[in-house]
Ligand binder design. Structure first.
Ligand code: NDP
Ligand code: MG
Length: 336
């Protein structure tokens, strides 16, 4: 079983007097920087001029360019997009890092795949909240938090674990529990999860089942409710109480149908595809492809986003959500 910690396991005062630079102010950067500041820690945000930098100023953060933020920092927490980190690291971070400072990440990608090769004098650790930025922030303000993972890659000072634990406490993860992992394990399982289940698998399942119903002549609105809208209701039940709670609260008809048909949908062929996805993660192929994608200005990604936005499921979904008053309000508020 994995080793885990709560707030009581964290030595107090470890980060007092330490300067933390959060580099990047996007989904994770904003949430983590605000939480660290509200935890009473000394935080500066390092960003380039633009949207993020304006948001950080509006939030009342101390904002500097990346190089100046790094210069004064004891801990440099890198929350740039994974595919941008090594370039910014080489140019703006590494030359300005104090001797014996720490660098830290919320995903092990750049260390694990050799994109950032840290100097020997540095502590290198990971604090990865298991949730998107807005949830990391929202739960913190509610007095709770999301669970997190910590890992140590390099312990030059002998303090890396103490720093990682205190940092995880600062962003609120210790309230929910923090598990110890390695950079390798975090990177590979995180990529696998987002490709196979969370982002890739679920969206492909939803889209394919929607297409089948529409193709068979059912109205797209009905298809949307059955294959998209209700996903959240089911996933919320699983999140709270496992499959048991979900099966308990659906009808016997749904339980029998679901249990008997499910395995024919996610079948041996799908499991083979999962192993192939895992292989590509483990052997570095996925990482290389994604890094090149970033260097070519997201040729494939932008094209696929465009195609998907024209999909009937998305256009019908927009219409349906705009007919549900509170969802319509929410979409107006979160529109970028
Ligand atoms: P975002 O894309 O939301 O934010 C990236 C930030 O980096 C923005 O502030 C952006 O500023 C800035 N940035 C991008 N390029 C540069 C550059 N060349 N120089 C300076 N600043 C730059 O990233 P995420 O928060 O999604 O991801 C950050 C890290 O957190 C990644 O390692 C990711 O794997 C990890 N993570 C993310 C999760 C999530 O929920 N999103 C969950 C757990 C971990 P600008 O506005 O100027 O572009
Ligand atoms: Mg991820």
């Amino acid at each position: 079983m994995a080793e885990m910690f709560y707030e009581n396991d964290v030595e107090p005062g470890v980060l007092s007097g330490k300067k933390i630079a959060v580099i990047g102010y996007g989904s994770q950067g904003r949430a983590q920087a605000l939480n660290l500041k509200d935890s009473g820690l000394d935080v500066v945000v390092g960003v380039r001029p633009g949207k993020s930098s304006n948001a950080a100023v509006e939030d009342g953060m101390v904002v500097k360019d990346v190089a100046s933020a790094v210069e004064s920092a004891d801990i440099v927490h890198i929350l740039l997009p994974d595919e941008a980190q090594s370039i910014v690291y080489k140019k703006e971070i590494e030359p300005n890092l104090k001797k014996g400072a720490s660098i830290s990440f919320s995903h092990g990608f750049n260390i694990h795949y050799n994109q950032i090769i840290p100097r020997e004098d540095l502590d290198v650790f990971l604090v990865a909240p298991k949730g998107p930025g807005h949830t990391v922030r929202e739960t913190f303000t509610q007095g709770i938090g999301v669970p997190g993972l910590i890992a140590i890659y390099q312990d030059a000072t002998g303090n890396a674990m103490k720093y990682a634990k205190s940092f995880a406490k600062g962003i609120g993860c210790m309230r929910a529990g923090v598990y110890v992992t390695t950079f390798k394990e975090e990177t590979e399982t995180d990529l696998f999860g987002e490709q196979v289940d969370l982002c890739g698998g679920i969206s492909a399942l939803i889209k394919a089942s929607f297409e089948v119903l529409v193709d068979a002549g059912y109205q797209p609105e009905m298809a949307y409710f059955e294959t998209v809208h209700e996903v959240k209701l089911i996933v919320d039940l699983i999140h709270e109480g496992g499959l048991e709670r979900m099966w308990d609260s659906v009808s016997n008809t749904a339980e029998y149908g679901g249990m008997t048909v499910g395995p024919s949908i996610i079948n041996e062929e799908s499991v083979d595809a999962m192993y192939i996805a895992l292989d590509r993660i483990q052997n570095g192929q996925f990482a290389k492809e994604f890094i090149l994608e970033g260097l070519t200005n997201y040729t494939v990604l932008r094209a696929m986003e465009r195609l998907e936005s024209e999909h009937l499921m998305e256009t019908v979904g927009k219409e349906i959500r705009s007919n549900i008053p509170w969802l319509a309000d929410k979409n107006k508020k979160t529109k970028k």
